[in-house]
Design a protein around this ligand. Structure first.
Ligand code: ATP
Ligand code: MG
Length: 283
């Protein structure tokens, strides 16, 4: 049976669980055991620290895992990256005390940089011919400059709020991360077939998360114009209404384009526009 490793608690736990839940897979409720049998898919769920997931998957303790690309890159374990999961986005950046007169990356030469990501940082230094000292610390990296432990830090940034609170300024964005599904390399065919089934479910959830189902009433005379505005998956669906010169138009629109398209549709006479969430898209 397939084993999946997910973060036991922390930033990725909740979204990993809710992605699985949306795909119809839930864990035996409540208890925080190390391992539990999933409902809705033949699979066991292993709860680990995110640092341990790349190794667990590389060793085959778990066949697959959900973890940040940052941990995959830092640990350097041999795993296959199967698919991006669209959550847990963050970057790892160099930040310096706000008042520092930072010019460019050459400023880093001869400085001390505190981080929990020494391997990713060492690679960045090597790629950019920088010779600087790497101070590995496990947590609270952002206070290192204040307490005199380092001249700069290399740490995870998402909104940047924590940096500002600590009087720091982001100067180089080095590594971009999001949660990914990883797998043990060279798994036997029957495991790969099970992973394909899971991927299929996850893909349909991820596709539908970015999309909205939109219904509207439209004057018949505006249909050609609407079709030009709205290239749907095949084409928009048209249904007749009891009023002969009106119809109902249904279409799936990417969330990023939603409001721009709604504006255009209103301009050509669309009324009573309903916007619905999609649960699944099976292509
Ligand atoms: P664990 O106890 O499992 O080792 P952790 O404390 O190392 O947990 P979390 O802070 O829960 O890790 O973060 C887990 C992952 O979430 C990170 O490795 C990263 O991929 C992602 N992430 C997204 N945004 C952020 C953020 N703002 N700060 C930290 N991690 C983030
Ligand atoms: Mg960790």
């Amino acid at each position: 049976m397939l084993k999946i490793a997910i973060q036991a608690k922390g930033r990725l736990n909740e979204e990993s669980m809710s992605l699985l839940a949306d795909a119809g897979i839930s864990a035996a409720s409540g208890s925080r055991k190390l391992i539990s049998k999933a409902k809705g898919f033949p699979m066991e769920i292993l709860y680990l620290r995110d640092d341990d997931i790349p190794q667990a998957v590389a060793m085959g303790v778990a066949d697959i895992g959900i973890v940040g690309l940052n941990e995959v890159a830092e640990k350097g374990e041999k795993v296959d990256e199967v698919m991006s999961l669209g959550f847990g986005a963050c970057r790892i950046s160099i930040a310096v005390p706000r008042e520092t007169e930072y010019t460019d990356a050459t400023w880093l030469n001869g400085r001390r940089v505190a981080t929990s990501y020494p391997h990713i940082l060492a690679k960045y230094f090597a790629d950019n011919n920088i010779s600087a000292e790497i101070h590995e610390i496990a947590g609270s990296v952002e206070i290192a400059p204040t307490v005199g432990m380092a001249d700069a830090i290399f740490d995870i940034v998402s909104s940047g709020g924590t940096l500002i609170q600590n009087g720091l300024r982001e100067v180089e964005q080095v590594f971009f991360s999001e949660a990914v599904l990883i797998a043990t390399p060279s798994l036997p065919d029957e495991k790969l077939a099970e992973i394909d089934k899971l991927k299929f479910r996850l893909r349909s959830i991820l596709d539908s998360r970015d999309m909205k189902y939109v219904l509207m009433n439209l004057p018949r005379t505006a249909v050609d114009e609407a079709v030009k505005i709205l290239p749907g998956m095949k084409s928009p669906t048209l249904l007749p209404l009891t009023q002969p010169d009106w119809c109902s138009l249904h279409v799936v629109i990417p969330e990023s384009e939603l409001w721009e398209k709604i504006e255009l549709l209103k301009n050509i006479g669309a009324e009573d526009i309903l916007i619905l969430n999609l649960e699944n898209i099976i292509r």
